[in-house]
Ligand binder design. Sequence first.
Ligand code: CU
Length: 447
Amino acid sequence: MGFLILRHGLIPRGPSTAACCMLGSGPPPKATYLSKPSLLWLVTWMLCMTGAACLPHPQNLSGSGVLWRQGADQTESTAKERLAALETRYLSTVVTSTSSASKCNSTTLSWRQEWTTLSATQKRGFINAVHCLARLPSKTNATVKSRARGVVTRYDDFVLSHIESTPFVHTNGFFLPFHRHFLHMFESELRSECRFTGPFPYWDWTLYWEDPGQHPVFDGSELSFGGNGAKISTLRQPTAIGIPGNLTVLIPPATGGGCVETGPFSKDQFSVHLGPVGYEPKGPDNGLGYNPRCITRDLSPYWSRNTSPSKVVSLIDSCGDDLGCVITRMDFDENGAPGGVHAAGHWQIGLTALDVYASPADPMFWLHHAQVDRVWTMWQGQDPTGERTRMVWGTQTAGNDPPSGEVTLDTLVHFPHLGEPKTVRELVSTVEGEYCYAYKATGVVER
Ligand SMILES: [Cu+2]
């Protein structure tokens, strides 16, 4: 197995990696190896054998690394073509569905765009608006704040809402609609309180699936979301994160590990107040206390492999009309192991973003979840009849633990401290009701 899973606190499964990785990892592999997974795994395997360093072994690396590499290249370039076709079909469905007499039509539709296609002014506008929200005072009421003293700013209100919602909105029937509206509320706040006027950005993880650090959103410039965390060279333990379904996944150390030190969200410019909640050591008051600190990141070319073009194509194509499959594949790979595209998006950013509860504390959360929403929308858009848009699946607790009722179109979704509950029906289409947006294709550059 490529990673370690503890179920209900039992012994990790997985043979040699278990013993090895539990000892901790040495310095992450040199960047020169990162775009060459076969070499990376060979080198880390050798280091692992000597006890110097260990990363999980890729599940599909067998026999010759070179052959695997060539096969992977071919698979991914074919998948990119298929992805483009899926995107085209989705866009034609959106255009058709908005050309009717509804208030959402081709002139009112707002387009969300991949980060790299934004102009410098648009990038600056979004970054400044996020900073603005992180300067505005919280609107959470005083009683709540007396038990959640980490809530100081308007930005923190969103982090708190996510923390309190987490047990009900992951790996279940609320996962996609909750996060769609959560982003919509965040976007609305940026526009109404912080004079944000540009397109809402998404981060297409498939673009740099071999090495997420190559994506310009992480280049550390003033027009990025900040760089990787500072490289920690001393031995580090894997981070044991709790995920829905009573599972613990050990996320091995990767290429950074320290504070974000470059760009607009560096330790001098942006501060996290709440958490950690989803891993140890928790922040004060179970992560609700005031715990000011930097954003930490640990970009991981291991997990980014799980967000390659072929993973997205496989999710959309192989799930067919099965929404349950789509939701499951968001968090579990094709073999049922933790690390679907949603999970792997968080895990390839690391460490602040690993916290299932408090992950919105890293502003990359918004760009990542816009891409998750985009994948859902693209899946919906493969069906011009609109039936996929009316589908619901799953129960009301994360991983159905504890067991709960089925979600229907009339079930209410709650957004603690942020706004009124909504029915699932109000949240399933991006071009109806409160919503009127679509995702512009990756690679369409705005001038
Ligand atoms: Cu979430």
